[in-house]
Every structure is written in C-alpha cells, then in structure tokens.
Design a protein around this ligand. Structure first.
Ligand code: PEP
Length: 260
C-alpha cells in the first residue's frame, strides 16, 4: 500500500517569526495522532533549521524546496544535500515549474539533483506537468512522458523506492483553477503506467504520485479520493494552518477509505 503524502510548499514565504506562528499550532493539532498520511512542510531555506527544531520528535516531516547537485564547493548561493541532511530534512522538492520557468531548470538538471538527493538519503518530490498551451494542443501525455523519462533517467529500482512524483499542471499552479479529479486521475494513471513500463509494476504500484495545483480544503477530498492520486503538493493553501489542517483531514479520510 503506497503512502499518501500531504506536503506544503511555502515557496518564498514566512520569516522566522511566521514559521513559529504556523508550526506551533500545526504541531499542537497533530501531535500524538496516529496519522494515515505523511505530513511534510517545506519552508524556505532560512527557516529549515528552526522548523526542524520545532518539529523534533513529532510526526511532521521537513522538506526543502530545492538543492544543488554538488556536495560542496564554489557554487555561490547554492545549498547542498549534505546541508539539507544536517538540518534533518527528509524530503526535497525538485523540478518545480517555478524553478523550471524562472531559473532555467531542465529535466537533465533535475535528474542530476534526484540522483544526488537519493545518494544523501533525501526523498525527492519530483514535479512534472504540462502548460496550458500544451494541454490545449493535446500534448499533455507527450510532455509528461518526456519529463518523466528525463527526470528518472538512469535510476535503479532501489533508487526509485525513494522517489515521489508530483503531477502539477502548470496552468493550475497558483491560478485558483485546479485540475478536475478526472483530469488529475487520467494524468496520474498515465504516469504510473509509464513508470511500470520503464521500471516494473511493483515499483509503479508503490510510487506515491501527488497532485498539485490550486488544492484547497474545498476540492482536496474529491482529488485525493481518486485511485491514482496519492497525496497533494499544496502551495497557497499550505500557508494558513486551518486550511492546511483541513487538507490533511481530507487526506486522512481518503486514505482510510482507500485502505478499506
Ligand atoms: C505548488 O506550489 O506546488 C502549488 C501547487 O501551488 P498552489 O497550490 O498555490 O497552486
């Protein structure tokens, strides 16, 4: 049974005080609960240390939003997997469409990062997704196939056990226009079948595939109850504790229903 993962991508939001103000009530709400979903928060780099301190010995995991594929050296402004491990990160988002669009990340770069993250014991949440133009041109599957093949190129079966995929249609990110449950299911089933062909069915069935793109407390359950939607990568709605908790609750309900 694959794990449902609800992850909050804070993007470039929250200073240290705001990190405290968010994480303390989140922790108080979830502490001691036997959760069916894995809850992950991905603050900006500057908040990672304090976040992992606040969440020490809780059931809430920490993720980073990016990393470089080298371990150390003359790479001004970059952060390495070793540094992320030292602040007790367990996850790292890689290849987010904002990284691709504003910072020129390609599938090849993302692939190098995925391999390095796994080498250091981090679980990469690897983002793929088509633009609106690509969807309207009927190219969604073609784009997803190219991205999935590119970002997973050369990974071993063993490495694949640590990978999480986030299907994030670019047109749904931060727009308030989420994919319909059917659209998410169709794309995510396609990704799983593709992974089955590239690796094997066991790897594909164990692979957590999240949906991301304007997930809210209102639409979370209908998305998360789809058979191939194994969680959510949440941007805007992960910035407010109440909204994020409601999405976690929707994930709990969907996860329990899928187990039965
Ligand atoms: C994201 O940043 O990955 C995202 C899906 O953002 P939003 O939920 O705001 O669309």
């Amino acid at each position: 049974m694959r794990k449902m993962i609800i992850a909050g991508n804070w993007k470039m939001n929250k200073d240290i005080k705001e990190t405290f103000d968010f994480l303390l009530p989140l922790k108080n709400n979830l502490i001691g609960q036997n959760l069916n979903v894995e809850v992950v928060v991905c603050p900006p780099f500057t908040s990672l240390f304090i976040a992992s301190d606040i969440l020490r010995e809780t059931n809430i995991k920490i993720g980073a939003q990016n990393m470089f594929y080298e371990v150390e050296g003359a790479y001004t402004g970059e952060i390495s997997p070793k540094m992320l491990k030292s602040v007790r990160c367990e996850y790292v988002i890689l290849g987010h469409s904002e990284r691709r669009r504003y910072f020129g990340e390609t599938d090849e770069i993302v692939n190098k990062k995925v391999k390095k993250a796994i080498e250091f014991g981090l679980k990469p949440i690897v983002c793929v997704g088509e633009t609106l133009e690509e969807r309207e041109n009927g190219e969604t599957f073609k784009v997803l196939e190219k991205q999935i093949k590119g970002v997973l190129e050369g990974l071993t079966y063993e490495q694949m056990r640590n990978v999480v995929i986030a299907y994030e249609p670019v047109w749904a990110i931060g727009t308030g226009r989420n994919a319909t449950p059917d659209q998410a299911q169709e794309a995510q089933r396609f990704i799983r079948e593709l992974v089955a062909g590239l690796f094997n069915d066991g790897i594909a069935q164990n692979l957590t595939i999240q949906y991301g793109g304007s997930v809210t407390p209102e639409n979370a359950y209908s998305l998360l109850s789809q058979p191939d939607v194994d969680g959510a990568l949440v941007g805007g709605a992960s910035l407010k504790v109440d909204a994020f908790l409601k999405i976690i609750k929707a994930g709990e309900t969907a996860s329990v229903e899928k187990k039965n």
